[in-house]
Write a protein that binds this ligand. Structure first.
Ligand code: HEC
Length: 161
C-alpha cells in the first residue's frame, strides 16, 4: 500500500516536472520569436514593391559608409536635421533628409552624385571626392534610395532620372 502511494506520488512529480520543463521551453521559444520579430521590424526597411536596380551587397556597403561619413549631419536613418527647412543664423541651411521626405528625390542621379562629390557652394555640405570613389558614392545613394517609399521612388523614376 505504502509503495503504491509512493509510486503514484513519484509519477505525479515526474509528470509535473516534464510538464514544467515543456512549458519553460515553450515560453523561451515564443519569447525568442517575439524578439526576433521586433528586431526584424526594427532593422529592415518596409518592404518595397517597386523594383530598384540595386542589390543587398551594394545597400549593405552603402549603409555602412553612410553611417561612417554622412549620418552625423543627415541623421542615422537619413531623416535629416531637426528643422532642416529653417535657415540658420549664418544664412546656411541644416542638413536635409535623404530618406525621401526632403527634396533630394527631385534631383537627377547626376546631380546627387555631383553634390556628394563636390559639395554645394556656400553650404556646410562637404566635398567627398577625395574620400570616396564613384562606387562608394553610388552605394551610398543606393542605400538612401532604398529608404524611399515606393511613391517617391516611382516619381523620381518618372522624372527620367
Ligand atoms: C557636415 C555636415 C554634413 C555631412 C558630414 C554630409 N552632409 Fe550632405 N548636406 C549637408 C548640408 C548642410 C546640406 C544642404 C546643402 C544646402 O544648403 O543646399 C547637404 C546636402 C546634401 C545633399 C543634397 C540634398 C538635397 O536635398 O538637395 C545630398 C545628396 C547629400 N548632402 C549627401 C550627403 C552624403 C552622401 C554624405 C556622406 C558621404 C553627406 N551628405 C555628408 C551637410 C552634410
Amino acid at each position: 500500500m505504502k509503495n503504491t502511494i509512493i509510486g503514484i506520488l513519484l509519477i505525479v512529480v515526474i509528470s509535473f516536472a516534464i510538464y514544467a520543463a515543456y512549458q519553460t521551453n515553450n515560453i523561451q521559444v515564443s519569447g525568442q520569436m517575439a524578439q526576433s520579430g521586433t528586431m526584424q521590424q526594427h532593422m529592415q526597411p518596409t518592404p518595397k514593391k517597386v523594383e530598384r536596380p540595386f542589390d543587398m551587397v551594394q545597400i549593405t556597403y552603402g549603409k555602412k559608409a553612410y553611417q561612417e561619413y554622412c549620418a552625423k549631419c543627415h541623421g542615422l536613418n537619413a531623416e535629416g536635421a531637426v528643422d532642416w527647412r529653417k535657415q540658420l543664423p549664418n544664412g546656411k541651411f541644416p542638413s536635409p533628409p535623404l530618406n525621401g521626405t526632403g527634396h533630394a528625390w527631385h534631383h537627377p542621379m547626376a546631380t546627387l552624385q555631383n553634390v556628394i562629390k563636390n559639395s554645394r557652394k556656400g553650404s556646410e555640405m562637404p566635398a567627398w571626392k577625395d574620400t570616396l570613389n564613384d562606387v562608394e558614392i553610388d552605394a551610398i545613394i543606393a542605400w538612401f534610395q532604398s529608404q524611399w517609399p515606393d511613391e517617391i521612388y516611382t516619381a523620381w523614376k518618372k522624372g527620367g532620372h
